[in-house]
Structure formats: C-alpha cells, structure tokens
Design a protein around this ligand. Sequence first.
Ligand SMILES: Nc1nc2c(c(=O)[nH]1)N[C@H]1C(S)=C(S)[C@@H](COP(=O)(O)OP(=O)(O)OC[C@H]3O[C@@H](n4cnc5c(=O)[nH]c(N)nc54)[C@H](O)[C@@H]3O)O[C@H]1N2
Ligand SMILES: Nc1nc2c(c(=O)[nH]1)N[C@H]1C(S)=C(S)[C@@H](COP(=O)(O)OP(=O)(O)OC[C@H]3O[C@@H](n4cnc5c(=O)[nH]c(N)nc54)[C@H](O)[C@@H]3O)O[C@H]1N2
Ligand SMILES: [Mo]
Length: 761
Amino acid sequence: MFRGEVDGSGALRVRPRPGDPDPSALLRNIPSAVGHRARVLRPTVRRGWWQDGPGPTDRRGRDAFIEVGWDEVLDRLAGELRRVRDAHGPQGIYGGSYGWASAGRFHHAQSQLHRFLNTAVGGYVGSVGTYSGAAAETILPHVLGPSGPVSKATVTWEQIGAHTDTVLAFGGMAIKNSAVAAGGVSTHVERAAMAAAARRGTRFVLVGPLRSDLPPEADAQWAVVPPGSDTALMLGLLHTLVVEGLHDTAFLERYCVGWEALEEYLLGKADGTVRDAEWASGITGVPAGEVVALARRAATGRTLVTVAQSLQRAEFGEQPVWAGLALAAALGQVGLPGGGFCYGLGSIAYYGRRKVAVPVSPLPQGRNGVREFIPVARIADMLLHPGEEFDHDGRRLRYPHVRLAYWIGGNPFHHHQDLGRLRRALGRLDTFVVHEPAWTATAKHADVVLPSTMTIERDDIGATSLDPIMSAMHRLVDPPGAARDDFAIFTGLAERLGAGREFTEGRDVRAWLAHLYERTRAGLDRQGLPAPSFDEFWAAGEVELPLRADDGGLLAAFRADPDRTRLPTPSGRIEIGSATVAGFGYPDCPGHPAYFAPTDAPDERHPLWLVANQPATRLHSQLDYGAHSAAAKVAGREVVRIHPDDAAARGVADGEVVRLFNDRGACLAGARVTDDVMPGVVQLPTGAWFDPADPGADPAAQVPFCVHGNPNVLTRDVGSSALAQGCTGQHTAVQLERWDAALPPVTAHDPPAVEPREAGR
Ligand SMILES: Nc1nc2c(c(=O)[nH]1)N[C@H]1C(S)=C(S)[C@@H](COP(=O)(O)OP(=O)(O)OC[C@H]3O[C@@H](n4cnc5c(=O)[nH]c(N)nc54)[C@H](O)[C@@H]3O)O[C@H]1N2
Ligand SMILES: Nc1nc2c(c(=O)[nH]1)N[C@H]1C(S)=C(S)[C@@H](COP(=O)(O)OP(=O)(O)OC[C@H]3O[C@@H](n4cnc5c(=O)[nH]c(N)nc54)[C@H](O)[C@@H]3O)O[C@H]1N2
Ligand SMILES: [Mo]
C-alpha cells in the first residue's frame, strides 16, 4: 500500500503508507510505469490473424503487428468468440488465465474475465490450483485441511514472539517475499517480529541453500542443504526422535492416524533402508551429529516447523509439506501457541497474521457452464495433447481441445516452465487474446493485444482478509494512449454478444465499488463499529477493519477436544498416513511422506543446481522495466548468484556476463559471486522478460536463448506428481560458463515493430 501524487513537473511521486515500519523497495518501480515505452498504447493485432483469419500457426511471436481501432477489434473479437462457441461450445475457450494481475478487488483481472466468459459466452475451461502452491494445496486437504483456511493460518507472529523456542524454517522466510500480498500490505511486520523473537531467545534455524532466506535480524543458525533434499532431513530428524524416544506417542495416538506406516518406513522395515541421521546426512550434507542435535533441540521447548512454498514448487513437492507436518505432529505441538506446523509462513505477507472479522467482497464471477478443467501448470500439455488422459488427485481426466485462449492479468512467459515448449504449444491455438498494460513476451505472442490500464490509472478498492486496512485506491494518473480498463473492454464485448446487462448489472465502476464496499460496511455496522458510508470511506482513503482474536482457531479447538472439533480430513485427525492417498496408487506420491531423489538433478553435463526463485526487485515480471528492477541488473541482465568456488572453477569474476544452459534452453545473466549461496547451487530469480536472441526463428526449430536472464527457458515442464500435477519451476540442473562473445542487446522492454496497415504481404 502506498500514497501517490503527481508533482508540478507531472511526475508521479510514490510514498510508503505512513506508519509502515519496513516499507517495500518494490514501490520504486511504480513511477516508471508512467509514459514508459513498454506500455501498450493501442489495440494491436497480428497481421496474419487479422488478414488470414484464426488457425494454428508457427507465426506467433514473430509475425508483424498492425494497429487497429477499438470498435473494429471488438467487433472482430466478438465474432471470433461466437464462432468458437458455436462450433465447439464454451469448452473450446481456455479462460484459466493464471496470474497475479493488480492489487485492486474490482479490477481484478481474472475475476473480470471469468465474469465476462460466464455471463456472455457460457463459460470456459478453467484451471485448479496455483503456480504458487499446487502441490501443497492438493496434499494438505487430505492430511490436515485446506491450505488457505487451515494449514497456513496456524500461528501468528505475536505467538512466535511470546512462545516459540525454536523455529525450524525449511526454505527460510526471506524478507523479500513478505514485501507483497495480493490486495495490499499496510504494515510490513516480519523483520521486526523476527528481531523481537530472536532477542527474547527464539532460535531460528534456516534450512536451505541460501543464507539470505532469513534476515540478519533473525540471527539464524544455517543448516546448509541442497534443493530437493529437505524431506530426507525431516525423515532423519523423525528417525532420531523415534529411536531416542523423544516423539510424543500420546499426541500421535489421540490426534493422528497412520503413524505406523511412517514409522515402519523410517525404520526400513519393508525395504531395509533405515532413514536415520546418517542416511539423511548422506543426502543433505548436514553432519549426522548435527541432525541428532537438531532433533534433540526440536524436542525441547516450543518448536515451530515452517515449510516455505518454494519446497513444494518442485518434483515430489507434496513430500516436504507432508513430512514437515509429520515432524511437527511427532513433536506433539500442533495446536499450541507458536508451535506445530505452518506452511508458507514468510513466503508472502498474508501469513502469521490475524484474520479480518468482517467480510471483504470479491467481484462475483457468475456460474461457469463448463466442467472441464486442468491443473493450472498443465497448460502446454493440454494444448499439445488434446483428448489425452492424465492423473489428478485420484481421478483420471482428459485434456479438452481448446481453440481460443484468453489471457488477462498473467504472464505465461513469466510463470510457465520450458518456454520453448510453451511457444510450440501456443502455436496450436486458433486465436490467442491478451489484455496487457505492457509489451510482455506473452503480448508479443498474441494474435489480439488489447491495451489495459493498471491500478494507478483507475479507481479501485484494495483489501484482503488478512490485512486490517481496506484502502481506497484513487486514480493517480490518466491511462496512456487508448488504454481501457478490462471492465470497459469486456463491457464492449458483452454488449456485442447481447449480454451487456448481464455483465454490468447496470453498474458503472463507481457503482460497483460502492456495491462491493457495502458488505464490509454492513459487517462493521453489525459489530457496532464505526461504519463510514462509501463516500466517507472514499474521501478518507482507508478504513480500519477489526481482527479476529488470536486464539489459535481450528487447531487449538481440535487440540482441546478432537472428538468435538474434527479436522476437515477423512478421519477428522491429522493424517500422517492417508488411506485415501494410498488408494490412488501413485508411485510418486504414496500413502505416507517419503523421500524420492529428484530426477531433474545435476549430472556431469549439467553439474549445478539452479534455484529459480522469486525476485527481490519486483513482483514476478511486473514492472521489470521499473527503476528498482533495472538498477539491480548487471549489464542489463538479471543477476545469477554463484559460490566463489564454482565461479573460480569456471573463470568467472563478479560482474561478468555468463551463459546458463541445459538441453531445454540457455540464457545470459550477470554473475554475482557470493558465499551467500552454497557450493553447487546457482540462483537466478524469475521475472526478467523473455528476450529471445533470434525472435524471427521458427519456435519449433529452436532451443530458446534468452539474452536477458529468464530462467524458465531452462526449467522442466512436468508436474510435481500424479497427485497435484503442480508447477516444478523452482529447481533444475544447468551448466554455466563465462560469455566472452559480443553482448547481444536486450530488447525485452521495447514494443514490437508495428507495420503500416496498408502494406500487404
Ligand atoms: N521457474 C519458476 N517459475 C515460476 C515460479 C518459480 O518459483 N520458479 N513461481 C511461480 C509463481 S509462485 C507465480 S505466482 C507465477 C507468477 O506469474 P504471473 O502472475 O503470471 O506473473 P506476473 O508478472 O505477476 O504477471 C501479471 C501480468 O498481469 C499484468 N497486469 C497487471 N495488472 C493488470 C490488469 O489490471 N489487467 C491486465 N489485463 N493485466 C494486468 C502485468 O502487466 C503482468 O504482465 O510465476 C510462477 N513461475
Ligand atoms: N519480492 C517478491 N516477493 C514475492 C514474490 C515476488 O515475485 N517478489 N512472489 C510472491 C509469490 S506469488 C509467492 S507464491 C511467494 C513464494 O514464496 P516462496 O516460494 O517461498 O519463495 P521463493 O523466493 O521462490 O523461495 C524461497 C527460498 O526457498 C529456497 N529454496 C528453494 N528450493 C529449496 C529447497 O528445495 N529446499 C530448501 N530448504 N530451500 C529451498 C530458495 O533459496 C529461496 O530463496 O513469494 C511471494 N513474494
Ligand atoms: Mo505465487
């Protein structure tokens, strides 16, 4: 959350929200949006689509563009939506449109798109789960409870500050990550909370490959482990607890089911492999004595096990989440203040906070007439393999045959893996429509690009159920060029499809904001709290919402009496072994937590782990052209961090440009040599816009080479397991070498060339 105003010279000035103790540096990217060349200014179409009509093609991403008028493009697009619906049903349209979009609740891009497709077209093929956390979102409901309401909201920072002796932070809680939350963050509390806890005596243990995953204020002990190995460490800790009799058998009996299956696995009863501290040491590199000491420490006093989202955005990503829960259960502290298990704490600024006690309304999306869906990260599989079967969460499903994809508020060339494969998959579509404020690679691969506004150019409401401030997001500057709000674009299309009234319900933007606000106002009123009218709220700029008591919620009630308060799992208990999951029969996700060695792992040709994590200098790919993001780059490229030993072995010095590569692709990056990253691991965050060295080449005949540093040319496009089919973009294996050739220019933030309309081909 921020304040902004336009100064005398016409520049946008952005200030942190007053009172925020640790404002986010990402705010520095925002003023760059005003007048930047990367903005989309006018409706733009691919010449081949406009002239020759829809159909599969290898021209996406390399054809010429022409600019067209709003009326003609909306007429043409409404006609194409009608054609696809009449010929193939709404099942022919993919509207999953994954992505973050902007902070406001009304102009929330996916909600607008879904509402439009539901009210004006009859529905769309949707997606389930997120790139953020699909593996956890799918396993947790079987074993603890849904990740949003139950598994992430188990502790607060206040509880940790008051009660916790040890935090075992798998993947850490990097301060950069709690810079953001969808809907806005009024107060960045994490750094101060960790500092206060550490001062009182909380011991933070960072488990992971990167020192910077906990701030210096946490004064952490660093257990250095390579990517994909956490489950082995958790099992080694569990084994130690068992053989030393430190596990809480009373808790396991009363509150859990399925412990026996895990205990047999730990002891190697079925397969002869004993998962003890030695075994864990062999996989993780943590000395066996340290594993034993850590287990003993965890069994003394109040211990919290946190699992960052990153661990599960990986092959077998379900396992570290489930094993982390099993570890916390064996310690017997689930449901105690500041103890037990918390998935995602520190991964984003939602968690560790008390919930808002009044409703916050999203935009109603209407009813989707289509039942087919895909697990969100299986988009390229769907396009390349229509009609084929796949597994998901105990069901056998079939990929629908989609002809038109409609993307708004997301950037698949940011979020998806194996971008060479994604380019080929997008070639299968008849039509690819994108609304974008900026010329991302996704926009450059579209047939129809409609310029949309961003938050600073329109009125909206910022709110989440985990932040006490609801903010009136006033329009600060005018939209650039001919850009329109997504709502206005869909209103124009819905009218052409004869559903204008159904889509808008007769409300303009202001009326919608007042309508959405009303539920919150009524909630305040019901509690006898000051309940400003919409106009009062709008003029004041924000309203403070009441918070629920910090009483431990469902898990505390479950602990108090598990027969009265059951968990929303099949047994009503914590499922350390799950009959349901076992019954699915998936070799890569059995009936209890288990360690599997990653298959996309370093080998002789690609000896380094790549950690492709969240960027510290922006939100994903958004405002990559902004001042803060640009200032951190090296020679205009994204920064890869590498250990001094690995750099020396390759003759790479700090500040030099390097090439990362594997069989799927290659990219350039600027090297930072630092012992903040463990040997054998390099870290290149996501978010530098895909910038192919040869944009004119046929995507099918090309291994992509991104000159700007997008790690998703390297990552592998396979699901976490048959259970969740979640995104596995966090890890892959690469080789790295110094780049001695001439530096190709970075053109990612340039708009594409637009041809004069008349020129034929
Ligand atoms: N390798 C690897 N890949 C990853 C991850 C990883 O760890 N490693 N992490 C994954 C995760 S957790 C996530 S959440 C995804 C994020 O992936 P995305 O959410 O797709 O990334 P963003 O850059 O936030 O994309 C949002 C897009 O919406 C546009 N936009 C903003 N506001 C509006 C609006 O009002 N209207 C319209 N029409 N457009 C708007 C922005 O310009 C931007 O292009 O990436 C995933 N990809
Ligand atoms: N500044 C900023 N903050 C963000 C975002 C952003 O784009 N920018 N995106 C937000 C979003 S959408 C999400 S979903 C969250 C994601 O939250 P996370 O997924 O938790 O964030 P990451 O930065 O990808 O990963 C955190 C750390 O985990 C470590 N790690 C990676 N793999 C492993 C492993 O196998 N084992 C262990 N022990 N550690 C590992 C890495 O060193 C990495 O720095 O972040 C949110 N916060
Ligand atoms: Mo995410």
